[in-house]
Design a protein around this ligand. Structure first.
Ligand code: MTE
Length: 328
């Protein structure tokens, strides 16, 4: 984002990625054989054995998930260690390693998500309500940050549309706004290091929010989200730059007009409302044509950025006729 820092992570080992692919493949196979539960148990134990768990702030509760045929990228997964130690979560500091150090204070239970604005009636969901609302799915997504680095992450969640249906939005609800957790401790945790006006705010057009790829996310690698990755609930939009994926959500607001969003307010010429991954539209201060895949050996990191981060088939029709240079 505004502060660019050199990478501060060690090059990673790949054992956990292999293990997780075996896990997903085995689940796919066993799902057909109606034995998902048995697969989950063995694989979760395996993933735990091979993943280092230093400075991970999470109650590592296993989540009962099913494999989602909606997504997989066929690429090497980023390790759990990299996913949890190279983070942007400015409430906990500006350095990529800060959230892993500072996010322990985030009180993730009890947790409620308020639904307000243009809905039939305001609602409140506890995190347990949300976990039970729809079967949890394993979905492997590419994760592309506007800073031109990327990862491949096995998230756990379900389509945000399943949640939105329960909210009964009114026909005038054209947009959805997401507000992240904020209290006075945020300044102490690291939030004072930026000029961001808290709480962190993000927004989507209703059709984007309803797109099946948009994931209401509760976990990764089959377990609850670590705090530094946005516990206990965040959204993930794989075809947009990472900053659209708001973490630790406490309010979902349905509105008629485009909502203000944190990075767009910080620097409107650098961060648009749409922020679709687009190699043809450079950031004013750097190219978006290529990206650096975190955790790979130096010589293998650089890769071509794909339009819509490789999700054109699923999302391009939402932007037909729009000038994507203007609406970046
Ligand atoms: N959500 C909140 N509340 N605060 C943040 O600073 N950073 C965003 C996004 N969501 C951010 C946030 C940015 S810039 C990115 S790239 C992704 O979270 C990073 O997610 P990750 O740390 O799980 O990779």
């Amino acid at each position: 984002m505004l502060i660019a820092k050199p990478p501060d992570i060690p090059s990673s080992e790949i054992t956990s990625r292999d293990a997780y692919f075996r896990y997903l493949n085995r689940r796919r196979f066993l799902k057909g054989a109606a034995a998902v539960g048995a697969a989950a148990m063995g694989a979760d134990r395996l993933a735990r054995l091979v993943s280092p768990r230093t400075t991970v702030h999470a109650d590592p509760t296993k989540l009962q998930t099913v494999y989602s045929p909606l997504t997989t990228t066929g690429e090497q997964l980023t390790t759990f260690d990299d996913i949890t130690h190279y983070n942007n979560f400015y409430e906990f500091g500006v350095d990529k390693s800060d959230p892993a150090k500072n996010a322990g204070g985030l009180p993730t239970r009890p947790w409620t998500v308020k639904v307000e604005g243009k809905v039939a009636k305001p609602l409140t969901f506890s995190i347990d309500d949300l976990l039970k609302l729809h079967p949890l799915e394993d979905r492997v997504y590419r994760h592309r940050c506007v800073e031109a680095w990327s990862m491949v992450i096995p998230w756990v969640g379900y389509s945000l549309s399943e949640f939105i249906k329960q909210c009964n939005p009114l026909p005038s609800a054209n947009y959805v706004q997401f507000l992240s957790y904020y209290d006075r401790h945020v300044e102490k945790w690291g939030g004072a290091e930026t000029s961001i006006v808290w709480p962190y705010s993000e927004g989507l057009r209703m059709d984007e929010a309803m797109n099946p790829l948009t994931l209401l996310t509760f976990g990764l690698y089959g377990e609850t989200l670590p705090n530094q990755d946005g516990a206990p609930v965040r959204i993930v939009l794989p075809w947009k730059y990472g900053f659209k994926s708001a973490k630790s959500i406490v309010t979902v607001r349905f509105i008629d007009k485009q909502p203000p969003t944190t990075w767009n307010e910080q620097a409107p010429n650098e961060y648009g409302f749409y922020s679709n991954v687009n190699p043809d539209v450079d950031h004013p201060r750097w190219s978006q044509k290529t990206e650096r895949r975190i955790g790979l050996p130096f010589y293998a990191q650089r890769r071509t950025t794909l339009m819509f981060n490789g999700y054109t088939d699923q999302v391009a029709s939402m932007y037909t006729g729009m000038n994507l240079r203007k609406y970046f």
